[in-house]
Design a protein around this ligand. Structure first.
Ligand SMILES: Cc1ncc(COP(=O)(O)O)c(C=O)c1O
Length: 478
């Protein structure tokens, strides 16, 4: 019986399946069907290789894979056998050689096809302007220089050299005085929120969130069992007085004070002081999401809340998604000195999530001055690209929308008259592959202002912006 199986083993060089895998699959199938029974002896590697006309390594690979999976046992000099434990297996179908792949339709969550940049896509910096050659050289050098010790587990808070580079950068550019020990590197904004939530909060506690606000934030809190309290945003930023009036007992406030997402307004100094005072009195936490302050092209930003934090209530969140590129998945959280130990403890449960090779690359990129040069170039470029889109919108759609003024950032808000349906327009645009978003979809409670949110950083000419706007106009029937 066994001999018959091997005599009929035909391998096909034309198949995409490598030869070792063809042998592996045939043997696994024979075991599953019971044609190869427990304890039966297989031919020697040398013998089977010569019968099949393949290299010994090919048969060895097939046998090793089956030994590793427990189908075969190697009994030293005696040879290789079908595993004795298989005698007890009742349901042989579980051993079936070939698993069929489940049929999964692509999810709606994959809203942006990988490797493609859609016109108006939000959250993307100018990818064409990123100095890829410099970056590749830096990372390649890091890779070549990897030491033995660097193959072991990296520090859970992130590499020391990156935390030092960030501390230095924050001091110079944002007036924040912090020690590298206070900085935790995380795999993006969600990972840093997750770390903060699980270190500082308990399920059931209330958290103030901006309304309208970044749609990623709210589900993070509700999924962790918190009560999300929407707080309205006006031209002075989050209405802190309203937050205090509604839920003075909230344990945390999450906001984008420098450049509110999505309205683009700045939290006034008076509200900053009120917020800090509330946090001090109630021992509440503030997460200052400073996601795009580097992209400012008009005037100087107000000092970050963190630089005014005398009582250790502010956690400062920064990201490299806008300043470098989002695929890095690299962000950082600066925590109050008194909280470092608690954060270290909970980050041990999570790990840092950012490959150390890339962290070392970013540290080199900053230390060699490329980061500062890149930011300087991007400020000019974003002003120019924003202008292209604003002009194209005003020319083509000026009678139904108004481009809101803004001092920075990489997305633009075009306000619509109240009677227009921005959600419907955004969905018509999406059907045509235009990644426009509706302002009212970023709101939860308060009467929705109407508007369209659009990324402009990847329009490389006025003509390109104009063509995208013409497509948008056609999509919404204007
Ligand atoms: C308001 C806001 N916060 C934070 C981030 C950073 O997200 P991440 O670091 O996960 O890319 C973004 C990115 O678009 C953002 O818009």
């Amino acid at each position: 019986m066994t001999r018959h199986i091997f005599a009929s083993l035909r391998l096909d060089n034309q198949l995409a399946e490598p030869l070792y895998r063809q042998i592996y699959l045939r043997l696994k199938e024979a075991i599953a069907q019971g044609t190869l029974v427990a304890n039966s002896r297989l031919p020697s590697v040398r013998g089977l290789a010569s019968d099949l006309g393949v290299a010994r390594a090919t048969v060895e690979n097939a046998y090793s894979a089956l030994v590793a999976e427990g189908y075969l046992q190697s009994r030293g000099q005696a040879g290789t056998f079908v595993s004795a434990q298989l005698v007890d297996v009742q349901d042989r179908s579980a051993l079936s050689a070939v698993q069929t792949l489940p049929d999964i339709t692509p999810s709606a969550f994959d809203s942006h096809p990988a490797g493609q940049v859609q016109p108006f896509q939000l959250g993307l910096p100018a990818l064409d302007a990123f100095p890829r050659a410099v970056w590749q050289r830096i990372v390649a050098r890091q890779l070549r220089g990897t030491t033995l010790a660097e193959l072991a587990h990296p520090p859970v808070k992130g590499l020391a050299q990156l935390r030092e580079a960030i501390a230095h950068y924050l001091h110079l550019s944002r007036g924040i005085a912090c020690q590298p020990e206070q900085i935790f590197i995380c795999a993006g904004y969600q990972a840093l929120l997750d770390l903060a939530i699980h270190t500082l909060l308990q399920p059931g506690e209330a958290v103030w969130l901006e309304d309208p606000g970044y749609p990623v934030t709210r589900p993070m809190f509700t999924a962790a069992g918190m009560q999300a309290v929407p707080v309205a945003v006006d031209e002075e930023g989050m209405d802190i007085g309203a937050g205090i009036a509604t839920r003075p007992d909230a344990r945390m406030a999450v906001l984008t004070p420098t450049h509110q997402s999505p309205l683009g307004v700045t939290l006034s100094l008076a509200r900053r002081m009120l917020l800090l005072d509330w946090a001090k009195r109630h021992e509440a936490w503030i997460i200052e999401d400073d996601y795009d302050s580097e992209c400012r092209y008009q005037g100087k930003p107000l000092p970050p809340l963190k630089s005014l934090d005398r009582h250790g209530r502010v956690l400062y969140a920064g990201t490299f998604s806008k300043t470098l590129f989002p695929a890095l998945r690299m962000a950082y959280l600066v925590v109050p000195a008194e909280q470092v130990t608690a954060f270290e403890r909970s980050s041990r449960l999570r790990g840092c999530g950012c490959p150390p090779l890339l962290q070392a690359g970013v540290a080199d990129f900053i230390n060699a001055g490329h980061f500062y040069r890149h930011l300087k170039r991007m400020r000019l470029l974003y002003r120019q690209r924003r202008e292209w889109l604003a002009q194209a919108l005003t020319q083509r759609l000026g009678e139904c929308l108004t481009v809101a003024p803004q001092a920075g950032g990489i997305q633009l808000l075009a306000r619509l008259n109240a009677e227009r349906n921005d959600s419907e327009w955004a969905s018509l645009a999406w059907q045509q592959g235009l990644a426009v978003q509706a302002l009212s979809d970023w709101q939860t409670l308060f009467p929705a202002a109407k508007g369209l949110l659009m990324g402009f950083a990847n329009f490389t000419s006025y003509g390109e912006a104009e063509r995208a706007v013409a497509r948008l106009a056609a999509a919404i029937g204007r």
